[in-house]
Write a protein that binds this ligand. Structure first.
Ligand SMILES: Nc1ncnc2c1ncn2[C@@H]1O[C@H](COP(=O)(O)OP(=O)(O)O)[C@@H](O)[C@H]1O
Ligand SMILES: [Mg+2]
Length: 339
């Protein structure tokens, strides 16, 4: 049981989601090159829930957690926090920083402790910046130092701490504001297996005993099997979800395919290759089953040889039905190419 004077009780959380991401699109522009890192991602985190994000490198995990943590703005889409009354993508940076203090603790891979301060001073400073009453800061930091098992390290500076101790201290600096969710991008990625395991135990305790929701990106098998819900990203969309019995080396076995908000469904590569990689299907319903039947017809354009039309004026891709370029209004002539 958490002492009331130390942390605010989250028991009265309403049964509404804590965080909602809706149709998040993020396009990075580097010079003339555009990278579509997220192509319409929607998901929710409920109070006290542990949601983990997995996916290959480059699938958009970092972009997604940074977006839901309010660190980067999406190109389009909405992110709702707390009582869900406010879409933070419309807020100023100052408003986001203020709202984040009482809502989200962000755990980075590096500890971000100030090296000239002790562990206790780092925690207190974080509380001070968040405008918390000094008496509350004192009580909470004592509670957290014990809860996170670093009481005997409280007067030490960062350079004398082990990796796991630094991580615990960093977690304490985020918990001093009593956030409702911890968000992290591979928070144990820099630790050895044994230390990572102890930090994961700590996340479990933070979740269960303090009632704080967790949303983290991970590559690790041990991490994934501790989640309530695992969402799998691929090429900037959520393609499915997994339960606790997940084997990261063989995701197709545990994946429950998910139809996203735009009615998209990503078919597993292994299934497609088993039936000779068809590019077209007919679809029919038999009882409660939906049946996809591959169609191999050389007269159909396949996805790799799709008809594309570029605008002669600005060079951007346009729809083959477009009469005018949506970017520069030039009339579209039939200048075709193949991808
Ligand atoms: N700041 C950036 N500028 C340009 N492209 C980026 C930037 N950050 C990420 N990307 C690109 O966006 C895609 C998704 O990246 P990221 O979110 O880091 O994926 P993950 O964390 O799953 O590896 C990748 O193709 C990556 O190269
Ligand atoms: Mg990443």
């Amino acid at each position: 049981m958490i002492p009331q004077e130390n942390l605010v009780d989250h028991e009265n959380d309403k049964k509404i989601p804590l965080l909602v991401a809706e149709d998040i699109i993020k396009i990075y522009q580097t010079g003339k090159i555009e990278t579509q890192a997220l192509r319409g991602v929607s998901f929710k985190v409920n109070p006290r829930e542990k949601v983990f994000l997995i996916g290959h490198s480059g699938s958009g995990k970092t972009t997604l957690v940074n977006t839901i943590a309010g660190i980067i703005k999406p190109t389009s889409g909405k992110v709702f926090w707390k009582d869900l009354s406010k879409d933070i993508t419309k807020s100023s940076l100052e408003e986001i920083i203020k709202a984040r203090r009482s809502f989200a603790g962000v755990i980075f891979q590096d500890s971000r402790l100030l090296s000239h301060l002790t562990v206790k001073e780092n925690i207190e400073l974080a509380g001070h910046y968040a405008g918390i009453n000094p008496k509350v800061i004192k009580k909470r930091s004592e509670f957290l130092l014990r809860f996170l098992n670093i009481w005997d390290k409280k007067d030490k500076r960062e350079d004398t701490l082990s990796g796991g101790e630094k991580k615990r201290a960093a977690i304490a600096t985020t918990l001093i504001t009593n956030p409702r969710i911890l968000i992290g991008d591979e928070p144990t990625g820099d630790l050895d297996v044994v230390t990572a395991e102890s930090i994961l135990d700590l996340f479990d305790r933070i979740n269960k005993e303090l009632g704080i929701a967790i949303c983290i990106v991970t590559h690790s098998q041990q991490v994934a099997s501790r989640a309530d819900r695992i969402l799998e990203l691929r090429d900037g969309i959520i393609i499915g979800r997994h339960g606790k019995e997940i084997v990261l080396r063989n995701l197709e076995e545990s994946r429950l395919l998910e139809v996203d908000r735009q009615n998209r469904l990503a078919l597993p590569k292994s299934i497609l290759s088993e039936v000779n990689d068809p590019k077209h299907f007919t679809i029919s319903v038999k009882g409660s089953d939906v049946i996809l039947t591959p169609v191999f017809d050389p007269n159909l354009y396949n996805n790799n040889g799709q008809e594309i039309i570029t605008c002669a004026m600005c060079g951007k891709l346009v729809s083959h039905t477009a009469k005018f370029c949506p970017y520069c209004s030039e009339t579209i002539t039939n200048k075709k190419g193949t991808k």
